[in-house]
Design a protein. Structure first.
Length: 367
């Protein structure tokens, strides 16, 4: 029974937070042995973007936290063993449709956003005191450090610049057809995971390895401090605009109680003809204001392509908590382009080397 309890505790810890030092959290309810839980987030936002070419006003989803609906379950199998499943679908609350996914980790596997699908996560797990074996579609390990240091949790107009225009390809966030292993909690603050995923193409063809890859992450947290390093690689046939993608990053945070600071460094490489590399930096701060939060982020992401295009972004946001489940939020962002970069915010179009501004005003409810 002690071993079984450890397995259940490990699963609960993973459900509570699959990242080391995430800046935001969503209320999703407890997970207990032999249970099935319904959970979700409803987030809708009015966004405005301005650029040198066009301006745009729109209602969209996931300005503070990714809108979703999901089911997860756990069964204690006895003898220190537990089994679980997780099904999670993205929802666009402005239209009532789903969110696009990918079936084979390649451009050809992109799915439509018109219909609901379990695009965010669909996994089955076996858990014991030695860790968790997880099969299915999930976040890639090297994505964790990108979102962990982002005060805006990779949502809305405020998200750090390495998320915008990233060259890290279809597996920069999630991968399908994945076999993963996660370390159990209670290892003196150490945590980690290893993943292998497949493109599932026919053998003995030029593109037989496309979509195959691996990702790993190792980190340590103790009290207010956390740090993690991660790397991932995905195979693609080498062409003028495509090739193997390698990503590596490091993220760290420290909670001073009166404010929490985080920082990240990112390096992406595409083995195309010619090879292209990109480097990103991010700095974030969250300041508690009573029950609310003031958020700040600065970031940069640029490549070594002709002219060295790069975008620098500054974001400021405020989250007002009506309760643990209901919040209102406002965000402002400004991006400065150089070297031919033309990043626009909230759907606005801006000329190369010109700036863009974006504004969000939204509501979020978690259940």
């Amino acid at each position: 029974m002690k071993r079984a309890s450890l397995a259940v505790a490990a699963w609960s810890a993973v459900c509570a937070s699959s990242v080391a030092f995430a800046q935001t959290s969503v209320v999703q309810g407890p997970v207990t042995a032999s249970s099935v839980t319904l959970f979700g987030v409803a987030d809708a936002v009015v966004g405005y973007g301005s650029g040198s070419y066009t301006h745009r006003t729109q209602l969209y989803s996931s300005g503070n936290s990714a809108s979703r609906i999901g089911f997860r379950g756990l069964e204690d199998l006895g003898g220190g063993l537990a089994a679980g499943f997780w099904l999670e679908a993205g929802v666009a609350y402005d239209t009532g449709t789903g969110v696009a996914g990918n079936t084979n980790n390649q451009a050809s596997g992109a799915t439509s956003a018109d219909a609901m699908s379990w695009n965010r996560r669909s996994t089955v797990s076996l858990i014991d005191q030695w860790g968790e074996l997880r099969l299915g579609r999930d976040f890639t390990a090297h994505y964790r450090n990108r979102t962990d240091v982002d005060p805006f949790d990779n949502n809305g107009v405020g998200t750090i610049q390495p998320q915008v225009g990233s060259i890290a390809g279809p597996t920069s966030t999630r991968a399908s057809n994945m076999v993963g292993y996660l370390l159990p909690p209670g290892l003196g603050g150490f945590f980690g995971e290893l993943q292998y995923f497949m493109g599932e193409n026919p053998n003995h063809t030029p593109a037989s390895d496309d979509g195959n890859g691996y990702s790993g992450r190792i980190g340590w947290r103790s009290g207010p401090f956390g740090i993690a390093v991660a790397a991932g690689h995905t195979d693609y046939q080498r062409t003028l605009n495509n090739g193997d993608i390698t990503s590596a990053n490091v993220g760290a945070s420290y909670d001073f109680k009166i404010f929490k600071v985080s920082a990240g460094y990112y390096h992406d490489k595409v083995d195309s003809l010619p090879e292209v590399t990109a480097t990103g930096y991010a700095l974030g701060v969250i300041v508690p204001v009573g029950f609310d939060q003031l958020k700040f982020a600065w970031s940069r992401y640029g490549t070594d392509a002709i002219g060295n295009p790069a975008a620098r972004k500054l974001s400021l946001g405020y989250v007002y908590n009506f309760s643990r489940r209901s919040v209102a939020y406002a965000t402002y962002s400004h991006v400065s382009n150089s070297g031919g970069s033309a990043v626009g915010l909230n759907g606005a179009l801006t000329a190369p080397d010109r700036s863009s501004n974006g504004y969000d005003l939204g509501l979020r409810y978690s259940f």
